[in-house]
Design a protein around this ligand. Structure first.
Ligand code: CMC
Length: 428
């Protein structure tokens, strides 16, 4: 007999099925609770709510495990590229040689934007935030591809491969165009002969930096950065993408909302906040010790630390910390902010406040230092996160679109006034 859980409410027993994930995760299937008993579950921030069944990414935050389609992130970081990982996350298996070539050619050939698309950029003030521009432009580019944005699921799924390649490719073109727009520089055409990361850096910096040519180390570090951001199960932006998609919205609209969700400093915006924090610690002459005290007293927040799911090291932070050091050593470049970050990490890991709350460095703690070393300005950091996260959003949109999910529609507990009457303005 399958396992069940019994809930007693007002003396009455209700029996519900227990679900087990393939990694031993356990859940009580409470979908019928309200209909049976009139009660709902209350779970502010969804820390205890499984919103879906998913086969894409597994995290065990207690011990610091992250796997995509079963493959540990450490093995992907060591052996795979961002595009390999993107294919794995979206299509469920590592690409064979031919599959990889088709995928990467499709991404390479989809990099340019329609001629009149650039006009949209002139509608923004030059100092518009790059995340606002990116979110708007992902919807805008969808308008040029009617079959991919018809809000007809069957048709969109038929063209899914095209839509996925197009988004992975064009998100990087749009990001580079946004950077150029902000600097009042002419846009740079993509080059099909360049790799994914090299083409992005070309569209960003060509002509701005004389004879610009990224080093192999820079290209590798950026590829690794993107790979490590490829997916992270039901975080704020990915669950937003699924939420929007559950109403039937197309992939472009759904990932555009993912960009907005990612923007905030508690989510993707943390990578910007970390470097700003490190810079201000540096400028104040502190080595990080005073800042740690401020974080413990609640006067400041140690950005890049803590995670809803990881109660141990975020494995991505470990990889990125090492990569930041290696990149700077290779470039013969030292950054005092890296020393401050290492000092903060050490001090926090030895401090009772952080130990008790199980606060460890997360993916954003070192990632900004890598981007900074490559020459990417701080206001573009969260856009870089969005480029990396695109495969995860796409995979989750597809998973939802191909399973029998209902429209996402949480309940609430109403705590406002009851039964008021309208009072005409003259009597107020
Ligand atoms: N610095 C100082 N104290 C912290 C921090 C921090 N970074 N993070 C959590 N705490 C404390 C918090 O004050 C609370 O203490 P107390 O129990 O005394 O009230 C306790 O730890 C639990 O924190 P919480 O805010 O309830 O935890 P949460 O799961 O709701 O929030 C978080 C997770 C990531 C939003 C939070 O840790 C945070 O704000 N971190 C800094 C921002 C950051 O780095 N965000 C990037 C997350 S990883 C990438 C991504 O997914 O986007």
């Amino acid at each position: 007999m399958s396992e069940t859980a019994t809930i007693t409410i007002e003396g009455k027993e209700f029996v519900y099925p227990v679900i087990h994930g393939t990694e031993g995760e356990k859940a009580i299937d409470l979908r019928k609770l309200r209909g049976d008993s009139g009660y709902i579950t209350y779970d502010d921030g969804y820390g205890n709510t499984g919103s879906c069944l998913s086969e894409i990414t597994f995290i065990n935050g207690e011990v610091g495990i992250l796997r995509h389609r079963g493959i540990p992130i450490e093995e992907l970081a060591e052996n795979a590229s961002f595009l390999n990982t993107a294919f794995l996350v979206i299509y469920g298996h590592l690409p064979g040689k031919e599959e990889y070539e088709t995928f990467s050619n499709s991404i390479g050939s989809n990099a340019s934007v329609p001629g009149d698309f650039s006009h949209h950029f002139s509608g923004f003030p030059n100092d518009a935030h790059p995340m606002a521009v990116l979110s708007a432009m992902l919807n805008a580019i969808g308008c040029y591809h009617g079959k991919l944005t018809s809000n007809n699921r069957e048709q969109e799924l038929e063209h899914f491969y095209k839509a996925a390649s197009l988004l992975i490719s064009k998100v990087r073109t749009i990001a580079a165009m946004t950077y150029r727009m902000r600097k009042d520089l002419p846009f740079v055409e993509p080059r099909e002969d360049l790799g994914y990361v090299e083409n992005f850096l070309h569209m960003m910096f060509h002509g701005e930096k004389e004879d610009y040519q990224p080093s192999a180390e820079e290209a590798h570090a950026l590829d690794l950065f993107l790979l490590l951001h490829a997916d992270h199960e039901q975080n704020c932006s990915t669950s937003t993408v699924r939420m929007v998609s559950s109403g039937g919205a197309n992939l472009f609209a759904s990932v555009s909302s993912g960009v907005s969700a990612l923007w905030g400093p508690l989510h993707g915006g943390a990578n910007t906040a970390v470097v700003k924090m490190l810079q201000s610690i540096h400028d104040s002459g502190d080595d990080g010790s005073q800042f740690i005290e401020a974080a413990k007293s609640g006067k400041a927040r140690l950005m890049g630390f803590g995670h809803r799911v990881y109660k141990n090291y975020d494995p991505r932070a470990k990889i990125l910390g090492g990569a930041a050091e290696k990149l700077m050593a290779n470039m013969g470049h030292s950054d005092p902010l890296l020393d401050i970050a290492r000092h903060l990490e050490k001090a926090a890991l030895e401090d009772e406040y952080f130990i008790q709350r199980k606060l460890y460095p997360n993916v954003d703690f070192y990632s900004g230092l890598i981007l900074k070393a490559i020459g990417i300005p701080v206001e573009m950091f969260t856009v870089m996160f969005a480029i990396g996260r695109m495969p995860g959003w796409i995979a989750n949109w597809h998973e939802l679109a191909t399973t029998s999910s209902r429209i996402h529609r949480p309940r609430q507990i109403y705590t406002g006034k009851t039964d008021q009457h309208y009072v005409p303005v003259k009597d107020r």
